[in-house]
Design a protein around this ligand. Structure first.
Ligand SMILES: NC(=O)c1ccc[n+]([C@@H]2O[C@H](COP(=O)([O-])OP(=O)(O)OC[C@H]3O[C@@H](n4cnc5c(N)ncnc54)[C@H](OP(=O)(O)O)[C@@H]3O)[C@@H](O)[C@H]2O)c1
Length: 318
């Protein structure tokens, strides 16, 4: 595994991290979840990405990760970077969602309890909340670090102008933002326009989520929607309506190119992200050991010729 320094910090993250949004909740197979976590760690994935609401039910991914941590991973805490987040709906009433100090402080305490951790390595504001002054959200994050409940702060899904404001507030209080997390893949290129430049300027790392567009950037949807797929699952966030003929045409062309490179499409789509100098780490989500093993192979060929990069751009522009 290659480890990249996260922005200007002294913290190194594995170029591939494992995310527990889907596949690690109480609705999922705990044995498989455990074996994916352990295989990941054996292969050098030291970073595991959680959030308060991951499951379903919400909270169960943290609880399940905590079980593995207290048993199979006991004694390895200092080899791990564990992140969690607060920002989306978690409990009823006005204090269970958003960016208020009330919600964030209660949420981190709940997450620490569920995982059995004394502290998180990274704690994120999970989304920008336009109803809460940004100063309030940032102050809560700063205080979390000062209280020793997290070592570093992360930001996720903020509009560019709010990101700059957040970075300035955090920097002014000597708790600089470590990392920015956003959706980024061959099919979703939004962070390239502004976020990546801002991160570079402020020395903040970038970690990509949904790098396979929730599984669309694999060969699995080329012949329809399989039963064992996120698009088919009732609790999956991928909607069948997102898998349009236009998307599948691009995916089929990318799949052909991947074949010529001797890779699966999943490997090539991840390799394309690893090849980007702005990307510190890529968070994969997997529903089987086979997928995890496939995705780890992306590292073996993350070089692209200029011609291959041009072909990819042409396919994506169609
Ligand atoms: N900050 C945020 O707001 C936010 C939002 C979303 C995600 N995240 C983080 O990012 C992580 C990854 O997101 P994601 O799960 O959407 O990532 P993804 O890698 O784009 O999609 C993962 C899904 O793709 C399918 N898949 C993965 N590898 C495959 C392979 N080799 N061959 C075929 N299918 C494969 C599996 O779905 P099937 O069920 O179809 O097998 C898997 O569950 C999350 O776990 C979470 O930690 C953060």
């Amino acid at each position: 595994m290659k480890y990249n320094f996260c922005g200007n910090s002294g913290l190194q993250l594995p170029e591939i991290s494992l995310g527990l949004w889907h596949n690690f909740g109480d609705v999922d197979d705990f044995k498989m979840a455990t074996s994916m976590i352990l295989h990941a760690f054996d292969k050098g994935i030291t970073h595991f990405d959680l959030a308060n609401n991951y499951g379903p039910p919400p909270g169960s991914a943290e609880t399940n990760f905590g079980k593995v941590l207290s048993k199979e991973l006991k004694g390895h805490r200092d080899e791990l970077i564990i992140s969690s987040k607060a920002g989306h709906l978690m409990w009823n009433g006005p204090y269970g969602d958003g960016g208020s100090r009330k919600y964030i402080m209660a949420s981190i305490d709940q997450s620490l309890k569920r995982t059995g951790l004394e502290y998180f390595d990274i704690f994120y504001s999970h989304r920008y909340d336009p109803q809460t002054p940004i100063e309030e959200t940032m102050q809560a994050l700063i205080d979390i670090v000062r209280q020793g409940k997290a070592l570093y702060i992360g930001i996720s899904k903020y509009p560019p102008e709010k990101l700059i404001q957040a970075y300035d507030i955090l920097k002014s209080q000597h708790v600089p933002c470590l990392i920015y997390q956003d959706k980024y893949s061959m099919l979703v290129r939004n962070p390239e326009a502004e976020h990546m430049g801002i991160n570079e300027k402020y020395g903040v790392g970038f970690i990509a989520f949904s790098p396979l567009a929730q599984g669309v950037l694999t060969n699995k949807y080329l012949k329809g929607i399989p039963e064992a797929s996120r698009a088919h699952k009732s609790h999956g966030f991928l909607q069948e309506s997102e898998i349009t003929p236009g998307v599948i045409k691009k995916v089929a062309a990318l799949n052909d190119l991947a074949g010529k490179r001797g890779q699966t499409l999943a490997e090539m789509a991840l390799a394309w992200l690893l090849h980007n100098k702005h990307v510190t780490s890529v968070i994969v989500g997997t529903s089987s050991l086979k997928q995890l093993k496939d995705n780890l192979k992306a590292k073996d060929n993350a070089q692209f010729s200029d011609e291959e990069l041009r072909i990819i751009e042409d396919i994506l522009a169609q």
